[in-house]
Design a protein around this ligand. Structure first.
Ligand code: ATP
Ligand code: MG
Length: 291
């Protein structure tokens, strides 16, 4: 999406009313008062491929609804995978909370229910920030490096967020020349990206998973005259490559991209190892017919 923050259309959501209990106490983040949002007052801001955004209960807040839709190859491949949204919601909460605990600012405020979380509304920098520890995917194709080859150091890449163009790889020259981010922003983005990488790599290593690569989005939030950058969007197996350390089994969206089995089973395994598997887990993948 090129213009997430052009928050406009007033389509009504076909979802049960939300109940925002309690207040958050996240320092400078807005306090969310107990409030019931009726269906009629709930305004859809944006419908993406994997999530829908609704206006939040307080100015400067947004509700992210995690859908079950899975897309790949710039939406050329699409399916609905029952339970994916629930797992991504819970996993993204887990990672964002963990980042907050080590002092990496994120947009996350609180999880509202199995599919929704309240986040701080940001102006999304139109870049996908990719950090790679091992070669895979487009890097392997572009440079002819076997998937799984350890890189000499983490490599950070930037893609311009524009679905119509297929999110093309860009350099810092493009970013500066077209004014997508300032030099200061780029320094901050690099530092955030590497901190997220160290955090995620460690968390995953502890549960026997290798973090091959991941993508994050960064948003600007304004506090008076100042802006600061926060990790936004989501962190989930949709946006990471995760391989079991012992077997090399893929536990991320490549399972869907490459038809490697049940995506729900793969994401459930990640949630289970991290100890955040929901009480009523999504139904397991479709049974396989054996003839
Ligand atoms: N805190 C936030 N404030 C504003 N916009 C956000 C925030 N977090 C994520 N977004 C935007 O919300 C959208 C989430 O929806 P989804 O991930 O389904 O989009 P998408 O189809 O992948 O499209 P896009 O190409 O924009 O990423 C994205 O456009 C993302 O940039
Ligand atoms: Mg997205």
């Amino acid at each position: 999406m090129a213009a997430t923050s052009g928050l406009t259309c007033g389509v009504l959501a076909a979802e049960a009313p939300l109940f925002y209990e309690g207040a958050t106490d996240r320092g400078r983040f807005p306090v969310v008062h107990t409030e019931r949002l009726s269906m009629a007052r709930r305004k859809k801001i944006y419908e993406g491929k994997a999530k829908t955004l609704y206006e939040g209960p307080e100015p400067g807040t947004i509700v992210q609804y995690f859908k079950d839709d899975a897309t790949a190859f710039n939406a050329a491949k699409h399916d609905v995978i029952e339970g994916k949204g629930v797992l991504n919601n819970i996993l993204s909460e887990f990672f964002m909370l963990g980042l907050g605990q080590i002092g990496v600012p994120t947009h996350f405020l609180k999880r509202l229910n199995m599919r929704e979380q309240l986040v701080r509304s940001c102006e999304i920098i139109p870049l996908e920030i990719i950090v790679r520890n091992y070669a895979a995917g487009s890097l392997s194709k572009r440079l002819g490096i076997d998937e799984g080859t350890q890189l000499p150091r983490p490599i950070v890449e930037y893609c311009y967020k524009d679905d119509a163009l297929g999110d093309p790889l860009v350099t810092e020259e493009h970013i500066a020349a077209f004014g997508w981010a300032s030099q200061q922003d780029m320094d901050d983005i690099l530092s955030l990206a590497l901190r997220v990488n160290d955090f995620l790599s460690g968390v995953m290593l502890a549960v026997g998973i290798r973090l091959i690569d991941f993508k994050i989005e960064i948003g600007r939030v304004y506090e008076g005259d100042f802006q600061r950058l926060v990790v936004a969007d989501e962190i989930s197996p949709d946006s990471c490559r995760l391989w079991d350390i012992k077997t090399g089994q893929k536990l991320d969206k490549d399972v869907f991209r490459r038809d490697l089995g049940s995506l729900t089973d793969a994401y459930s395994e990640v949630a289970r190892r991290l100890g955040v598997m929901p009480n009523n887990p999504p139904a397991p993948g479709k049974p396989q017919l054996v003839n």
